[in-house]
Design a protein around this ligand. Sequence first.
Ligand code: HDD
Length: 706
Amino acid sequence: MAGKIGKDTGAQSHAAEFETAVGEGGELHQLASGADDVLTTQQGVPVADDQNSLKVGPLGPTLLEDFHFREKIFHFDHERIPERVVHARGFGVHGTFTLDESLAEYTTAKVLTEVGEQTPMFVRFSTVAGNKGSFDLARDVRGFAAKFYTKEGNWDIVANNIPVFFIQDAIKFPDLIHAAKQEPDRGFPQAQTAHDNFWDYIGLTPESMHMVMWIMSDRAIPRSFRFMEGFGVHTFRLIDADGKGTYVKFHFKPKLGLQSVMWNEALKINGADPDFHRRDLWDAITMGTPPVWDLGVQLFDDDFADQFEFDILDATKIIPEEQIPVRKIGSFVLDRVVDNFFHETEQVAFCTQNVVPGIGFTNDPLLQGRNFSYLDTQLKRLGSPNFTHLPINAPRVPVQNFQQDGHMNMRNPKGRVNYEPNSWGGPRESPTTGYRHFSAETSGRKAQVRSASFADHYSQARQFFISQTPIEQKHIGDALVFELSKCERVDIRQRIVSHLRNIDETLATVVADGLGLPELPPSFPAAVPPRTDLPPSEALSIVKRGPDSFAGRKLGILVSDGASAAMVKALTKAVEGLPAIYEIVTPKIGGATLDDGTMVEGKQKIDGGPSVLYDAVAIVVSEEGAAMLAEDKPAKDFVNDAFAHGKFMAYTAEALPLLERAGIAASDHDAGLIALKDEGEVKAFLGTCAQVRVWDRELRVDLDAA
Ligand code: HDD
């Protein structure tokens, strides 16, 4: 039995890595244990009893001599490593990037020039503020860190799902994060910015205002990692064979389109399934519908940079896609879950300074600071400068240099020579293929300064706001009211409203009203007058970039005993055909017996499968089933929430009494509430669901009225 456990839990793969690292590990392992599936100590000694420590008699004291017991407990005691100071909660998966269009005109990087080349990748999604055990649907930025294992070494784009950042200079980062995370005296609130310290800091940091618009928008509560964009944020540089540079911003565009949840939904999802996002990605991949993103670039030169309204080195600014379109050059699919969460997701170490020949940095002061911070943090977190030896961090090309020793070293240089230059032989510099930094003239007075070209903090915040559809604007107002209403100090609330006046007067008025401020505070003094001439940008709205079908999304089907088997079958078949996902929700987890006597298995019992877990719902019940569910609070919540959250809902005629008892009167019925008269209507229903939500219903059933 012990042998079986060893095999199933990955003792095999551990041995395989050992083999990779040491070369002859397989034989050693064989010698030590005698068989592949025998449980061993860390020294490879076979274990006879893993359940009882060594004692003097059955009731006697445990002996220090029991080396297996001591080793096992010692190892357990040291299992935890420091969690990431930010982005602690994450979820990583493997994938592959394929290049479709060469950028050879601009760069020598093989990953961006060899069309058809498939580059293995690892991507880790994350929230920022919450600790490792926090919930997925916090209102927060999402990390979208991508490691490309290229033929020229590892290239990391340590991206977010928001294209700008709170601050312009890395020296401010510790304060920003201290203010955002739980307050130091009380250790809460966890995984949320709805508290005094955060908004106090923000109110005193006008450069954060553009980012504030993004995090108060629905971008900060994505439906799933699969429906999110990713942005490299900074302006990077592509470098060609002659050393000529071209500015570049990196974008990840989901093929599924953009989709978010509603705030009221997020609050409930966190209770119903704190792992909502990681489960979603796990399910999509393991069910054979892996998500795909396009890799896009915005390319521009010094002339554009000179005439652009803002500084391209300022990480609080975007370059609107209308000004520089995003050129799609390839795509990546994320199609393999990890074998072991700790091994891969926890130990992966992203570093902004991981670039390959042909890709370089700019003087963005945030990027320059990040280039120090990431390497430094890995030493603290992973405990050794040899973190690059861990399989998830190791490049997929030979690593040859004279760096040596240190904790947990697994690849010291072989032989006598460990210095350079030497006359023995060994790896040499390669002036032709090696990494060359972008060469540029630079001069200036040494001083702690901020460029005057970074001074406009409101114009793009306003541009973002006016680019949103009315419902998205409403959500921004609602979110601000929610967050600020959790602040105890009135002056902190007021100061934020004073900033909003520089962005949009109506927004400021709505928020002030929602907070019950007796009057609008004066506008915050702006360093430069905010511009009002920037045009709206379609690309900034989620609603305008939504999915165009129900594919990849999830239908919850509420089924009772006696429900129409034909209808359940039609729905499940149509969903599978898209392909999308469905879950059957039943009063009892054992399932429901349908009208033809067949049994349909329940994936969720109604109490554990609220409608917030689904993109759309169908209610397929019998008369008796509807009568029974009409007296059941979770069933009524299922229906009522789906309606209030603007979801498309299909129902069989028998469900009407349940709808009514759940608070949906005949006069409330709208185009999103679809009666399924026969199975032929199922396809049309799913077609309608492409629209994501019945937005105007939200205005009628206001959840977050300011
Ligand atoms: Fe950062 C982690 C993204 C600014 C310092 N950051 C981290 C991760 C992402 C980002 C996605 C998680 C990586 C993972 O999954 O392991 N960070 C960003 C973006 C920024 C940004 C898009 C602005 C454009 N970060 C930023 C600054 C600093 C840091 C200005 C410090 C000066 N970030 C870190 C860090 C972390 C980190 C402390 C924590 C864990 C880690 O690096 O590996 O070094």
